[in-house]
Design a protein. Structure first.
Length: 251
């Protein structure tokens, strides 16, 4: 098991892609901290499933847009498991709206959860990882930074927030390289989760024409890429983005 005895935090780990990552990591031997913002029942059920399968997991409520919450998330992890080896900064929201109609609220919520969330949780874990001279940080990026025109769906504001993550990633990776910490991202294409239900359905159908494989991705396919980057097989990989999108960004 490639993640045996590792301790991993997965933000937004209670549903969709985050849930698949939590289950995959637990199956690979990691002890899991499943973070969520609102849905305690979903996180609790996932923790029960992981334990029933013989794994170790806890759930911790924390809003990643709030620094005191991400600090508490790390403190709770250290209290439960003593160390933090892996952080998956995955919590995110989507906004599908033409640029000209985008509101201040759209801007604020995308920036707060997607970009500040990554900033907060990464800064919260790093002092511990630097002390231990070991760490794996993986952000969930997005196809919306690879493709400008999806036909129907419009993502300019969200692209700004996710683009901020992609922009910060390599400088952080460069600063952390000498501390034994790798910083990478996995950039998903259209993945079949509840998030897709929040965006224009006709646009989602239209976007499928842009995917050479002509299907949506599965959360497990993102989790597999995350598991690789979290493992020691990826020890010499940092500052990179692994695109998992059925070829959508090739053109
Ligand atoms: P979902 O909407 O299915 O799940 C989102 C998760 O994030 C939930 O666990 C939710 O918890 C949590 N969350 C949301 N806001 C916060 C917050 N402020 N603090 C802590 N947790 C929060 O999303 P997906 O699984 O589809 O997406 C996961 C990631 O993948 C996101 O970063 C998204 O941008 C990215 N992505 C997804 C794509 C897709 O096609 N699905 C495509 C490209 C990127 P709760 O339910 O408790 O609120």
């Amino acid at each position: 098991m490639k993640l045996e005895n590792k301790v991993a935090i997965v933000t937004g780990g209670s549903r969709g892609i985050g849930k698949a990552i939590s289950k995959r990591f637990a199956g690979d031997g990691a002890r899991l901290v499943v973070n969520y913002r609102d849905d305690a029942d979903a996180a609790g059920e996932l923790v029960d499933d992981i334990r029933a399968a013989g794994g170790e997991a806890i759930s911790v409520q924390a809003d990643v847009s709030r620094r005191p919450d991400t600090d508490r998330l790390c403190a709770s992890t250290l209290e439960a498991f003593g160390v933090i080896d892996i952080l998956v900064s995955n919590a995110g929201i989507i906004i599908d709206r033409p640029y000209i109609e985008s509101t201040d609220d759209d801007w604020q919520s995308a920036m707060d959860t997607n970009l500040r969330g990554f900033f907060n949780v990464t800064q919260s874990v790093l002092p511990h990882m630097i002390d231990r001279k070991y760490g794996r940080i993986i952000a969930t990026g997005s196809i919306i930074n690879e493709v400008a025109d999806f036909g129907g769906n419009k993502y300019s504001v969200c692209a700004a927030s996710k683009g901020g993550i992609h922009g910060m990633l390599r400088p952080i990776a460069a600063e952390m390289a000498r501390h034994g910490i790798t910083v990478n991202s996995v950039s998903p294409g259209y993945i079949a989760t509840e998030m897709l239900e929040e965006i224009d359905a006709a646009g989602v159908e239209e976007a499928l024409r842009l995917v050479p494989m002509r299907r949506y991705g599965k959360p497990d396919e993102i989790a597999a890429a995350m598991a690789f980057l979290a493992s020691d097989d990826a020890a010499y990989i940092t500052g990179q983005t692994l695109r998992v999108n059925g070829g959508m960004s090739m053109n």
